[in-house]
Ligand binder design. Sequence first.
Ligand SMILES: [Zn+2]
Ligand SMILES: [Zn+2]
Length: 379
Amino acid sequence: MTPAPAPANKSFVLRAINDVVFEDKPIPELGPTDVLVRILKTGICGSDVHFLTHGHIGDFHVRSPMVLGHESSGVVHSTGRSVTTLTPGDRVALEPGVTCRKCHACKGGRYELCPHILFAATPPTDGTLARFYRVPEDLAYRLPDGLSLEDGAMMEPLSVAVHAAHTLSAVGAGHTVVVFGCGPVGLLCMAVARTLGAAAILAVDIQPSRLAFAREYAATHTYLPPRMREGEPRVEYSRRCAEGICELMGWAKDLVKGTGEGGADRVLEATGAEVCIQTGIFVAKRGGVFTQIGMGADTATVPITTALVKELTIKGSFRYGYGDYPMAISFAAARKIDLAPLVTHRFAFADAPEAFEATKNGKDRQGKWVIKTLIDGPE
Ligand SMILES: [Zn+2]
Ligand SMILES: [Zn+2]
């Protein structure tokens, strides 16, 4: 296909900590199996904000200017000569990690572990907050008619939740699931758990308004942790929170010591806060699964003997892998998961800095809680 003359590739570029500019970048050239997508909706993620405000996440450092954004949907603009599955005009959700397809992880079916992955807006790879973005055709998923482009942008965080709750944790029918954190990923984990048949879903968060939302959205129970006492050691505080959860759920308090009945079949930790990790291990059922999704402190003290006594399976969950995007799309298309309530804020491309500010603060200028902020593609 010969693309029509295209306007320049306006992009939102992070140059250094808290230093962003709009810049015209070259339009990417297409390989035979690539598609060029005109980006129309991009969600802002905690990781984008973290790169903006800290310049790095863990060992990923922004060392040269980088386009931000990785949660995008749009319309196919042009296609490489060997592309067979998409045509210009198709509405698509983008999976933003390009893997090598040759390493052990790729060939073994866990491509998310590819050491050569080029992931949008993880340095040094440019992100999707641009007019045009190039992906291999199999990473652009055509959206069913019933799904909007906003839904399309939400497929990225929903796939994170599918990966954690379904693919890694195997949440199943009748399970009791505890989810720490009521941000977008925590809420979506609850929605996926419900879709997979979980019988009880307990949301834990320190903001009562977020808990109220979670209860309305997908949780069956909520728990508001008490305040930490002056001088209280963290692990003692976590134990106290865990006992509070046991009381709420009718579980034996000995569960916290590792010996009692009851507990969560699956714990999905979507905050990264040490006290939540500790509490999660305390409330997990004997033989249960604890999955870490939230990125917080690089290290944490965990009640490892409790985990041992309970024979817990402890997993890390990072992004998404084979089958997660299609499952996310099918859940949304079947109306099992409603994404619209999570999109609380929308900004024009020119107002991208304000969108980041609102996401960073967790609320907008009027004080309204931000769950997910979407930015329109450039005109
Ligand atoms: Zn994200
Ligand atoms: Zn690979």
